[in-house]
Every structure is written in C-alpha cells, then in structure tokens.
Design a protein around this ligand. Structure first.
Ligand SMILES: [Zn+2]
Length: 142
C-alpha cells in the first residue's frame, strides 16, 4: 500500500524520466530515499548519451548504494523508479542490499506502450569443465 509520501517520491522519479527524455535518452528515472523520505540520490537513463547499454538509472543507483552506503543504511533505503526494474537492474538491486523498490509503470504496462524489443534471447550452453572451473571458486570461498 503506497503512502502519500511514496506517491510524492514516485512523481519525482517520473520527473526524472522526463529529464532523461529531454536529454535524448530513453524516458526512465529513479531515486533513492531514506526512511524519513529524504532523497539521497537520483539518476536518469543515459544509455544514448553515454553509449552504454547498462546505463539504466536503477543499476547506477544500486551500484552507488553498494559502494557508498553501509548495509544497515542500504536496508533502510527505498528505490522509487518510473518503471519496474528490468532483469539486469533487479539483479543489481538484490545485490545492493536496498530494502524496498516502488515503481510506477509495471514491465507489462511498459510493454504495451513501446514497440516490441529487437533483442532476442542469447543461447547459453553449459555446464561444462566442472573440475577445472570449480577450483578458483573453491579457493575464494574457502
Ligand atoms: Zn534496467
């Protein structure tokens, strides 16, 4: 259940999506807020202007949080984002230790608003070479 504070912060994320659009990038924006609703970081999609396919705002904020926040602070932080995080960003958010994500458009709603993606699934093959590949992993986690 979203509060009025959640909606205020989500509207700011939508404003950031407009800002991304105005700079020639895909229209997505996100921010991080502390438990009291104070904005501690914001970002916009810059995949076009930085020529970086990973420059989604959610990923950039997850990386920032993992680098700059202690685990307890990260766990008390909420990400507000104009659209539900994609698979790449969702993985980074999980690794970052953030406590909560609130999004405006769902991935399904986004899918109804834009053309079908050109990307196709990349074939993955494996597992293979278990006895060789496990060695550095075992050394690291020993
Ligand atoms: Zn993403």
């Amino acid at each position: 259940m979203l509060t009025q504070d959640d909606e205020r912060l989500l509207r700011r994320a939508v404003d950031l999506a407009h800002e991304a659009l105005e700079t020639g990038n895909p229209p997505f924006g996100s921010l991080l807020a502390g438990p009291d609703g104070t904005v501690i970081a914001e970002d916009r999609n810059t995949t076009v202007t930085e020529a970086d396919i990973t420059a989604h705002p959610e990923l950039k904020l997850a990386r920032w949080a993992a680098r700059e926040l202690d685990p307890a602070t990260a766990a008390g932080t909420t990400m507000y984002t104009s659209c539900q995080p994609c698979g790449m960003c969702a993985g980074a958010i999980e690794r970052s230790g953030l406590g909560r994500v609130v999004f405006a458009l769902s991935a399904e709603q986004l899918g109804g608003l834009k053309p079908a993606p050109a990307a196709v699934a990349v074939r993955q093959e494996g597992p293979a070479l278990f006895d060789e590949a496990r060695v550095p992993v075992e050394v690291y986690y020993r």
